[in-house]
Design a protein around this ligand. Structure first.
Ligand code: AMP
Length: 192
């Protein structure tokens, strides 16, 4: 099963993706995680991406499409995958369709998690507090300023994706303001 999860930063996509990994025996492909790993490893891609990421902007389409294209060819993706944080632009969505079509495959589900943006800021503040309380390290872009930029990037570059997928009748939506459990159930209903 090949799934795309859409929704603004802080909508709970990562949480839902992790659950689907366990229940559906598929892998989670988070371009954010992959890019953070590249930054930490100091690879050429990481060096290019770091400043943009720290500021809450979007890394170039070429870079992320290349990363995803290589990653979905790996063995552990044979059973399917859930994309979290990709595609983020219409160009990435078109590239994804093309990549899968070349392999004789296609997406099985595109699910948008709809949330109230005003409430996202308090969610992100909670995420920071919880991470610190658990002794974890807070992401560099998890601060109110970068978060606002990520929301703007989402509205300008990623929100048009809903229309892209809706226009071909492929978009399903869930109310992300419900509890994690209920959102999980709604997603399960869509996936069948
Ligand atoms: P995330 O963990 O999904 O919130 O991503 C963290 C950051 O990584 C984003 O703010 C972007 O700078 C970058 N990033 C992740 N995925 C993408 C993507 N598909 N296209 C462009 N930039 C991305």
């Amino acid at each position: 099963m090949k799934i795309v999860l859409l929704g603004p930063p802080g909508a709970g996509k990562g949480t839902q993706a992790q659950r689907l990994v366990e229940t559906r025996n598929i892998v989670q492909l988070s371009t954010g995680d992959m890019l953070r790993a590249a930054v930490a490893a100091g690879t050429p891609i990481g060096i290019k991406a770091k400043a943009v990421m720290d500021a809450g902007g979007l890394v170039s389409d070429d870079i992320v499409i290349g990363i995803v294209s290589d990653r979905i060819d790996e063995n552990d993706c044979r059973n399917g995958f859930i994309l979290d944080g990709f595609p983020r632009t219409v160009a990435q969505a078109e590239a994804l369709d093309r990549l899968l079509a070349e392999k004789g495959s296609a997406l099985d589900a595109i699910i948008e998690v709809i949330v109230d943006e005003d409430i996202l800021m308090s969610r992100i503040e909670n995420r920071i507090k919880e991470t610190l309380a658990a002794g974890g390290e807070v992401r560099k872009d998890d601060n109110p300023e970068a978060f606002k930029k990520r929301l703007v990037a989402y509205r300008e570059q990623t929100a048009p994706l809903s229309e892209f997928y809706a226009s071909s009748g492929r978009l399903k939506t869930v109310d992300g303001m419900q509890s994690i459990k209920l959102v999980s159930e709604l997603i399960d209903e869509i996936l069948g």
